[in-house]
Design a binder for this molecule. Structure first.
Ligand SMILES: C[S@@+](CC[C@H](N)C(=O)[O-])C[C@H]1O[C@@H](n2cnc3c(N)ncnc32)[C@H](O)[C@@H]1O
Length: 334
């Protein structure tokens, strides 16, 4: 492969992101789910200028996201199907996150953070991502939908990887819409669980797909993990600590430790920077944490330091067949 061609596609990758994101925003894959559409039909259905839509589709067909039949009608390919709203683990919300101008602008400001070490989003917009989302319901809805979709891809595997037999109650701290909690409750029928999050993210009910056996053991509470969290035998923290600085992580872990029942455990579910086979994914996510919430990805040893700072003892690192591992933080001395 020509090295300069590789470099060129790295440099211009944002154009590809923008094209896929625009298709997601327009809902092209949803429209094509019912079958192939002529360009004029598709433009009318998604509210687009036909000539310009053809230009966008030309790129997306070259990328293999859509195809065109001999009569010139557009159709979803396997990639395009992944941008449908109604497929399990849909990537449409992820693509739509880049439609938020504040997110797009923050990435354009990355060099500021590299120079200063400051969180990009806050340095540029004067507000952190959580307060911004509280003020921008559309961006908030897309973010929460994205977390739900991404977590739905791994929730069952995480639930299966950990032995909850000795535990009775679990709180999904910063659990968003609580999709991980639903997987855990579905897999471990003796557990009752609570999803805990900021008001802007807390669901009012389990997802429509949750079985009755989960609904009856499910509850939700709003609040801030810098103040208090509901008591439980296990506190799940999935992709929460990576949003925060070390100091703030220790504050969150300390809040959890204080409300753990005797013999309880904090279960940190995160990617690791030093996990073989996941290096690039974790490194790119680390930059995302720098740019957006102002956190970072970490190594196992760095998590051990956070646990120690919060008065927790690090237990096992439990592998899952997904991008995350489960790290135990134990309140009791060995
Ligand atoms: C990256 S998301 C992870 C969501 C979920 N655990 C998952 O993996 O799908 C981080 C979550 O932390 C929540 N959060 C942020 N600040 C919080 C606070 N002070 N108290 C409680 N939750 C908070 C956000 O609303 C968001 O749902």
């Amino acid at each position: 492969m020509d090295a300069s061609a590789d470099l060129r596609s790295m440099i211009t990758g944002l154009r590809v992101s923008a094209a896929v994101s625009a298709a997601a925003e327009l809902g092209i894959s949803d429209e094509l789910a019912a079958g192939p559409r002529e360009p004029g039909q598709l433009a009318a259905a998604v509210g687009a200028d036909e000539d310009t839509l053809r230009r966008l589709m030309r790129v997306l067909m070259a990328l293999g996201v859509y195809s065109e039949d001999v009569t010139g009608r557009y159709a979803n390919t396997a990639l395009g199907e992944g941008l449908r709203s109604d497929v399990p683990g849909s990537l449409r919300p992820l693509a739509r996150t880049f439609q938020d101008p504040a997110t797009w602008a923050a990435w354009g400001h990355l060099v500021h953070s590299v120079r200063t070490g400051e969180n990009t989003f806050e340095a540029l917009h004067g507000i952190d991502v959580w307060a911004y989302r509280a003020e921008h319901p559309e961006a908030n809805a897309v973010f929460n939908a994205n977390m739900t979709a991404l977590t739905s891809r791994m929730g069952d595997a995480v639930a299966a990887a950990y032995d909850f037999a000795a535990l009775s109650t679990v709180v999904d701290v910063g659990g968003g819409h609580g999709i991980l909690l639903e997987s855990v409750l579905a897999r471990h029928e003796h557990l009752t669980g609570t999803v805990f999050d900021l008001l802007q993210a807390t669901p009012t009910a389990p997802s429509a797909a949750a079985p009755a056996s989960v609904v009856s053991r499910w509850s939700a509470v709003s609040g801030s993990f810098f103040e208090s969290v509901p008591a439980a035998d296990a506190h799940l923290l999935k992709k929460v600590l990576h949003d925060w600085s070390d100091e703030r992580c220790i504050a969150i872990l300390t809040t959890c430790r204080k409300s753990l029942n005797p013999g309880g455990v904090v279960l940190v579910v995160e990617s690791l920077l030093d996990r073989p086979g996941h290096e690039l994914e974790a490194a790119v996510s680390d930059l995302n944490m720098l740019v957006m919430p102002g956190g970072r990805e970490r190594t196992v040893d760095e998590f051990a330091v956070l646990f120690a700072g919060a008065g927790l003892r690090m237990g096992r690192v439990v592998e899952t067949p997904t991008e995350v591992v489960i790290i135990e933080g134990l309140a009791e001395p060995p």
